[in-house]
Ligand binder design. Structure first.
Ligand code: NDP
Length: 282
């Protein structure tokens, strides 16, 4: 079997074009959606992520503000900045790029962001809403993966979905989103015994472990939809996923490449959450 490649770049462009119409409609009513991104410190990867978010906002006609604070910024100063942006009427979405430096309590920061501006969906109120199936801000990466499944017409209801990885930002919300779409969900972790016995039963396999190439073709059910969330930089500089693409593509029915799969969808869903936050102010 040769799998169909899920083209995240093309789907992201299509989805962004849909959301751009909603930006235009907001602007016609005098509202420009606004996103503020706070970055603390000099982490190179974080800087790239933030630049990509700012650029994507510009492409969509969304106002954005990048607030760069030095690595030694006191926690209290960061909290003050969040309070100020929580109250700023032209800012509809606010996020702090993670990770924050070690002297800052990341949980305290996430809880300080006003829940109605929490476009990453990490505040406890929004996490709770996701659990109960009433999420206003679905976390962007799993939301992007769900959108890929939807756009490819991959059925979820009644299917067996296996998610490998249980982080708060990817694995857990992904499992919940699949559950809300009536999949039967198995969530695997580093403690799972005989991982392959689970992954081989997956109609939909989502992998988010940060372990390059850990899922190989022999661990995949023929015809399955494989969503590889992983982004790993190898010593030779090459970017690869958590799935061994070469062996997996011979077995899977659908598969996301890395790069160009889930990655482009994450920012797309951040834009969507920001636009929705602005719409809720009408
Ligand atoms: P975390 O490190 O927070 O979580 C990794 C998870 O994988 C943990 O739950 C861990 O289990 C599990 N795991 C690790 N090894 C194994 C194993 N051998 N078998 C089964 N489970 C295992 O990572 P993230 O969720 O933040 O990120 C995962 C990957 O996704 C990374 O490559 C990251 O770069 C990428 N990513 C991509 C994004 C995108 O936009 N495309 C956005 C966010 C992340 P345990 O809990 O037991 O330790």
């Amino acid at each position: 079997m040769t799998s169909r490649i899920i083209d995240g770049k093309a789907i992201a462009l299509e989805v962004r074009a849909e959301w751009k119409l909603r930006v235009d409609a907001l602007k016609a009513r005098g509202i420009t959606p606004g996103l503020a991104v706070i970055i603390v410190g000099e982490d190179a990867a974080s800087k790239v992520y933030v630049s990509n978010k700012v650029k994507a906002c510009a492409d969509m006609g969304i106002h954005s503000e990048r607030i760069s604070l030095p690595a030694n910024t006191p926690e209290a100063t960061l909290l003050e900045k969040i309070t100020e942006l929580n109250a700023a009427p032209h800012i509809h979405g606010l996020l702090v790029q993670l990770p924050v430096p070690k002297h800052i309590d990341g949980n305290k920061i996430l809880e300080a962001i006003a829940p109605h501006k929490d476009v990453d969906g990490f505040h406890q109120i929004n996490v709770g809403a996701l659990v109960s199936g009433h999420s206003k801000f679905p976390p962007c990466t799993p939301a992007g993966a769900m959108k890929l499944l939807e756009k490819c017409g991959i059925a979820i209801e009644g299917k067996h979905a296996v998610v490998v990885g249980r982080s708060n930002i990817v694995g857990k919300p992904m499992a919940l989103m699949l559950l809300h779409k009536n999949a039967t969900v198995t969530l695997c972790t580093s403690k799972t015994q005989n991982l392959a016995s689970h992954t081989r039963n997956a109609d939909i396999l989502v992998v988010a472990t940060g372990k390059p190439h850990m899922i190989t073709g022999d661990m995949i059910k023929p015809g399955a939809a494989v969503i590889d969330v992983g982004i790993n930089r190898l010593p030779d500089g090459k970017l690869v996923g958590d799935v061994d693409f070469e062996s997996a593509k011979k077995v899977a029915g659908w598969i996301t490449p890395v790069p160009g799969g889930v990655g482009p969808m994450t920012i797309t869903m951040l834009l969507a959450n920001t636009i929705q936050a602005a719409e809720r102010t009408l």
